[in-house]
Design a protein around this ligand. Structure first.
Ligand code: AP5
Length: 217
């Protein structure tokens, strides 16, 4: 039962790879970004609170995201876990250690997706998802096979994230450099960090991650 963190700036491909791993292995994708988007769509008090923060490209409070992760971690006790977009601060990294140890789990790998930030703006601003099943696409890198029709469920409705504009993306990257990248040494000291070239194709990045998980790299 593997527990891994996918770490990288906005658009590095964390969500793409986490969704693939969830589909191919007995692992659950725990994306704090997705959980927060669900909360804001529900119109709950927490959702209202996080909406403005997310739209500004800033980080939501450690307490809120840690509580969300704790709840979801318990939805499948015998599944591995893929932490996607969490932890993002040192406080979250420490909270995750506690959440895992309380459940008799341990962290196996922190996989850093190494990427060129300028290329990421193109990746993010071209991203869209199926409004019905959530499958992710990209205008240039991963278009639907039939224009305007989801490959998976056939829906013709798609959506784009409100924070996927260049100005907010730059702010999200700034937050990543200031608050998230500095947690790498916390894991390096424990020998958990593996770096993967995130600029390869989706398939190549996936193969590099698989090799780490299967112990062949
Ligand atoms: P979140 O949803 O986590 O966004 P993010 O970290 O900014 O990451 P993205 O989802 O933008 O990118 P990704 O790395 O998953 O890339 P993807 O696979 O989609 O967070 C959003 C906001 O929520 C934050 O700004 C913050 O406000 C809040 N938040 C979330 N977690 C928080 C936390 N823990 N603490 C506090 N606040 C939190 O790929 C991007 C595009 O590129 C796609 O179109 C994809 O098809 C394409 N692509 C992927 N891989 C490749 C490839 N190898 N080659 C070419 N194209 C590719």
């Amino acid at each position: 039962m593997l527990n891994i963190i996918l770490l990288g700036p906005p658009g590095a491909g964390k969500g793409t790879q986490a969704a693939r791993l969830q589909a191919e292995r007995r692992m659950i994708q725990l994306s704090t970004g997705d959980m927060l988007r669900e909360a804001r769509a529900s119109g709950s008090p927490i959702g209202e609170k996080v909406k403005a923060i997310m739209d500004a490209g800033e980080l939501v409070s450690d307490a809120i995201v840690t509580a969300l992760i704790g709840e979801r971690l318990d939805t499948c006790v015998d599944c591995g876990a893929i932490f996607d977009g969490f932890p993002r601060t040192r406080a979250q990294a420490k909270a995750l250690d506690l959440l895992l140890s309380e459940r008799g789990r341990k962290l196996d790998h922190v996989i850093e997706l190494a990427v060129d930030e300028d290329a990421l703006v193109t990746r993010i601003t071209g991203r869209f998802t199926c409004a019905k099943c959530g499958t992710g696409y990209h205008d240039s890198f991963r278009p639907t096979k039939v224009p305007g029709v989801c490959d998976v469920c056939g829906s013709t409705e798609f959506k784009r994230r409100p924070d996927d504009n260049e100005q907010t993306v730059r702010k999200r990257m700034e937050e990543y450099r200031a608050k998230t990248q500095p947690i790498l040494p916390y894991y390096e000291e424990r020998g958990l960090v593996r770096s993967v070239n995130g600029m390869g194709s989706v398939e190549d990045v996936g193969a590099a991650i698989d090799a780490i998980l299967d112990g062949t790299a």
